[in-house]
Write a protein that binds this ligand. Structure first.
Ligand SMILES: Cc1cc2nc3c(=O)[nH]c(=O)nc-3n(C[C@H](O)[C@H](O)[C@H](O)COP(=O)(O)OP(=O)(O)OC[C@H]3O[C@@H](n4cnc5c(N)ncnc54)[C@H](O)[C@@H]3O)c2cc1C
Length: 531
């Protein structure tokens, strides 16, 4: 992983080598303020999932988004979401394919979290209301995309997966719209992060184009900020990304001094409809799933140039296919190659890929009867704001989720359909971590208190015991009783999490919180030997 950090701050600027970045963008002084426990910036799969999950756990969530809730790359996702849902498939195989696509520089622990938690998260999404395509027996239909050795891509509406996911998440948000615990502000462009004197993220400045109190530049304060602002596609001449993908969150994080990583790993999608020289901005994508169903690439002479180039031929990882296309274009002197889907038949194409076929026809191409001109275009930023497995960035209180983040799951090259899954899985992790942290900060430090209680039982006579007993909290006795007689740290964690007065059901079942408590138990008890 390649990391970059901008520091130190010099009179409001950030310095890296000879590069000087502004510490913040020029903007008028805030004319209004707002307060929340957590601010979530962005309303794609990452932001919406984080906000919905947080809402059940903290008192007040503020979700802000640049235009309207549905706008973002999530809406445009076609192919689907990858997860080992087929009993014949396994997270291990998904892990293997992801590592191969990532060219050996993925963070293996992050990938493991992605592939093992993924199937459960997709099922939860279905329970929330997302309708994926199913077969005659009601089982989710799974297809294959580049780099996958199994059918593991769940899709919706044929080729409108992102639209369905976005619809389901927004519907879930609307169902809780009257809840005072969550506020949504559309047309709210986040300008910069606010940092406190200790350098912790404590809010954002934002420009709202609205009415009444929330109009113009304001400042919203919170105890944690989650950036879920998506990708950077509009920085490039041709991209599959929508107009909101301008890298705002990444830039704001950089200005705040956050570590970013792997920015050089930008994925180009091999099959973007070629609309002629000079066409720029968002271009129509021809999903990899079309090749997954049997379409193939040919050059102007009809040569299937992917054959023999890679064992997966037309379904090789995207970087391999994009590179092969660019080479073929260079060799033939043309600015595009062709995708042949004619043999799939009109009926199948219209049923399986209704949006793609309709868009192609709008633009004057019929995939059922003619070759489609295609060329690679910018598609996905594999790097971003560096996070750990809980979504924490290097700036205390700042989290990053989805395409703006670099969790390490994609390495040098994202495996197809892993990005929706990443947003989903890490949104849950982030929400759990924030809920646990806020609970620990707002209440006594339960984890520390719990471990101290254990120590009082374990250590016969020491300063530690004295310190532990000095914790004047009525629940210390309850915790002490729970762990009395235990010596195995794993048993201690189990027993502590069973104390309902301290850890409610939800907190106790959070894997992230369990890991945090286990860490504390290990750290605080290190060196202590039972008498
Ligand atoms: C055409 C296309 C097809 C794709 N197909 C697939 C696929 O089949 N499978 C797959 O897994 N992935 C696919 N991807 C990638 C995937 O869609 C994205 O990586 C994923 O949706 C990103 O989700 P996100 O929540 O991180 O960001 P987004 O969905 O892009 O949401 C970002 C949000 O942040 C908001 N925002 C941005 N800046 C600001 C700001 N300054 N202030 C306030 N709000 C801001 C935006 O308005 C938006 O609401 C595809 C992408 C594209 C473009």
């Amino acid at each position: 992983m390649t990391e970059a950090v901008t520091e130190p701050r010099v009179s409001g600027s950030l310095v890296r080598g000879s590069l000087r970045l502004p510490g913040r963008l020029r903007a008028p002084q805030p004319g209004w303020t707002a307060q929340a426990d957590v601010i979530v910036v962005g309303s794609g799969i990452a932001g919406l999932t984080t906000a919905l999950r947080l809402r059940q756990r903290v008192d007040r969530v503020l979700l802000v988004t640049k235009t309207v809730l549905s706008e973002g790359s999530t809406l445009w996702a076609q192919g689907g979401i990858a997860a080992a849902l087929d009993p014949a498939d396994s997270p291990e195989e998904h892990l293997h394919d992801t590592l191969v696509a990532g060219v050996g520089i993925c963070d293996v622990d992050a990938v493991r979290a992605l592939v093992t938690e993924g199937p459960r998260r997709v099922r939860e999404l279905i329970a929330l209301g997302a309708e994926f395509d199913t077969d005659e027996d009601g089982e989710i239909r799974l297809t294959r995309e580049g780099g996958h050795h199994r059918d593991r891509i769940a899709h919706a509406g044929g080729d409108a997966t992102g639209r369905e996911i976005s619809r389901a998440l927004i519907a879930a948000l609307h169902r809780v719209q009257d809840d005072p615990g969550i506020e949504v502000v559309e047309h709210a462009l986040v300008v910069d992060l606010l940092l406190d004197a200790a350098g912790r993220a404590c809010g954002v400045t934002l420009h709202v184009i609205g009415e009444g109190q929330r109009d113009g530049v304001g400042a919203a304060r919170a105890r944690a900020v989650v950036l879920a602002t998506g990708g950077i596609g509009q920085v490039y001449a041709a991209t599959t990304n929508p107009s909101v993908a301008t890298g705002d969150g990444l830039a704001a994080a950089l200005r705040a001094g956050a570590v970013v990583a792997d920015l050089e790993f930008v994925q180009f999608h091999p099959t973007v409809l070629w609309l002629g020289p000079g066409s720029s901005g968002q271009q129509p994508l021809i999903s990899e799933a079309v090749r997954g169903e049997g379409a193939f690439l040919v050059d102007r002479d009809g040569v299937r140039f992917m054959q023999g180039r890679h064992p997966l031929a037309d379904l090789a990882p995207r970087d391999v296919v994009s590179r092969a296309i660019v080479e073929r274009m260079r060799d033939t002197g043309e600015d595009h190659v062709h995708l042949d889907a004619r043999h799939l038949g009109r009926e199948f194409l219209e049923k399986r890929f209704p949006s793609i076929v309709a868009r192609c026809r709008e633009l004057g191409f019929d995939p059922a009867t003619e070759l489609l001109p295609v060329a690679p275009a910018q598609h996905y930023a594999s790097g971003g704001v560096r996070t750990d497995l809980r979504g924490r960035t290097s700036v205390e209180g700042l989290y990053a989720c989805g395409e703006v983040s670099c969790t390490g799951v994609h390495g040098a090259n994202r495996l197809a359909s892993n990005s929706l899954l990443e947003g989903l899985v890490f949104a849950h992790r982030i929400a759990d971590d924030i809920a646990a942290r806020l609970a620990a900060g707002a209440q006594p430090r339960w984890a520390t208190l719990a471990v101290a209680a254990w120590m009082t039982c374990l250590v016969a006579d020491s300063d530690a015991r004295g310190r532990a007993l000095a914790l004047e909290d009525p629940l210390a006795d309850r915790l002490t009783a729970a762990v009395d007689g235990a010596s195995d740290p794993a048993v201690v964690v189990d027993r502590l999490l069973g104390v309902r007065e301290v850890f409610d059901e939800e907190l106790a079942s959070s894997e992230v919180f369990r890991a945090m408590l286990a860490e504390d138990v290990a750290r605080l008890s290190a060196g202590l030997v039972a008498p």
